[in-house]
Design a binder for this molecule. Structure first.
Ligand code: MN
Ligand code: MN
Length: 456
């Protein structure tokens, strides 16, 4: 080993055998992305795949043996999975936490209206979106509708051959003044209205003929009325499939890589563990990260303590002892250095596409505000673990210091007295309706998560 760091592109070091495994992994990830476009769908897909691998729903008081696989479904929007290890939980657990909510446009509480003979649904954006990216692209509506009798309808309006929706934009011919506005103001949030119909009901006396026609169609097909849209969670998501990008097929474009690309990596790593781990391995799909991790399904929720405490109780262990000895990989994406926007990046410290999983000692903004700053010991631990397991990694930051910043669930795990570090896949066009990652980085993140779970 030389005395200097050699930064290497992954394609200069990956073996042909590993390339095959990488392609298999990328295929599985693309399938997952096409099945799950919302946090609820991620939980559903996760349960489907986990049960096929022997995971069972956790029930209070359940007797647990090493090798047992359980999951805890928190309200259909957040899920914790565990494989019980040989060592007692007082020795700590190996945890990986990712989030499965992504930036999107939620429907407003009273969404339906008509204007000038067109029917619309009003939206309220969720998370950090650049609003101009959401106009003139095909969109779908996914979520749940709770009917008057309390029954729940799960919908994917616009999926497959179904009609899609769109938010219109001004034509350039009449967009002179719009073009002069700052980008953040060019498309006001109140203009993000989904176009959903243009045909009136035949009755000329009807009060709202365009709204009514849409509701009649929905009523016919799903048995719902307008008031049902008020007790609903409907998320506007892009109608794009996850696809390979580039003549060399080395990249994957999809909606919601942030942070399903890490969620899938940790989940697949848990599913693929062949031996009973030394320490209990825990995989988390958290909700609400994009808006601050609050609420019953966010990473700040005590639902996680509750689940861990239940596991600990089954061994007569205090959950605080477990946390003190646990390790958590806060698996979240970071910005990949984009040469087109090189001016905001810091080329000595930013993540490169195809250089492997990005480890971030800290996130935050400006003077590390809001950061969970991992210790040298923790970075040293992960460095050793990844080197020993053939995981290609890079130690990164996110952009030039004064350009901005971001956070993850790391601080909420660290606040629980769990040794925590951020690591994940570098992303191009993060938070856009169609983000880009590299297959190699996805695969290395999977390998990294596997190394974490299998650590003694
Ligand atoms: Mn994220
Ligand atoms: Mn994000």
């Amino acid at each position: 080993m030389g005395v200097l760091i050699e930064k290497k592109n992954g394609y200069d070091v990956i073996s042909e055998d590993e390339k095959v495994l990488m392609e298999d992994y990328a295929r599985a990830y693309i399938d997952f992305m096409n099945a799950a476009k919302t946090e609820r769908e991620c939980v559903d897909e996760c349960i489907l795949l986990a049960e096929a691998k022997g995971f069972r729903p956790y029930e209070a008081g359940m007797k647990l043996e090493p090798g047992d696989k359980v999951y805890y479904n928190n309200r259909g929007k957040n899920i914790d999975l565990a494989v019980i290890g040989r060592k007692p939980l007082s020795d700590g657990a190996n945890i990986a936490a990712a989030h499965t909510d992504s930036p999107r446009l939620d429907l407003k509480p009273n969404p339906l209206y008509e204007d000038t003979e067109l029917a619309y649904l009003k939206t309220h954006y969720y998370g950090g979106v650049k609003k101009y990216q959401w106009v003139t692209i095909p969109l779908e509506l996914h979520g749940v509708i709770v009917k008057a009798d309390g029954s729940k309808l799960q919908v994917k309006f616009g999926e497959g051959d179904e009609p899609k929706f769109v938010i219109t934009d001004l034509l350039p011919h009449l967009g002179r003044r719009q073009a002069e506005k700052p980008m953040a103001e060019a498309i006001p949030a109140e203009n993000l209205n989904l176009l959903i119909g243009s045909v009136p009901v035949t009755d000329p006396e009807a009060k709202a003929r365009y709204k009514q026609h849409v509701m009649e169609l929905l009523n016919e097909k799903y048995g719902i009325v307008e008031e049902d849209l008020l007790s609903a969670e409907l998320e506007t998501v892009p109608a794009f499939d996850a696809v390979e990008i580039g003549f060399d097929r080395s990249l994957i474009g999809a909606y919601g890589h942030d942070d399903r690309v890490c969620a899938f990596a940790e989940f697949k790593a848990l599913l693929d563990m062949e031996d009973v781990p030394e320490k209990t391995a825990v995989c988390i799909f958290a909700d609400k990260e994009e808006v601050g991790s609050q609420g019953v399904t966010g990473m700040r929720s005590e639902a996680f303590e509750h689940f861990m405490n239940d596991l600990c109780k089954s061994q007569g262990v205090d959950v605080y002892d477990c946390f003190r000895n646990s390790f958590c990989l806060s698996a979240d994406v970071t910005a990949a250095l984009d040469p087109i926007y090189a001016e905001v990046f810091e080329k000595y410290n930013d993540a490169r596409i195809n250089h492997g999983i990005g480890i971030f000692k800290y996130s935050g903004a400006r003077g590390k505000s809001g950061a969970s700053d991992a210790s040298a010991e923790t970075v040293g631990y992960v460095r050793r673990l990844f080197n020993e397991n053939g995981v290609l990694w890079q130690l990164t930051e996110m952009g030039k210091i004064d350009e901005g910043g971001g956070g993850t669930v790391a601080l909420y795990m660290a606040n629980r007295n769990i040794e925590t570090i951020d690591a994940g896949v570098p992303v191009l066009s993060m938070h856009a309706p169609f983000e880009v990652v590299s297959k190699l980085d996805c695969y290395m993140t999977y390998k990294g998560c596997k190394a974490v779970f299998e650590a003694k």
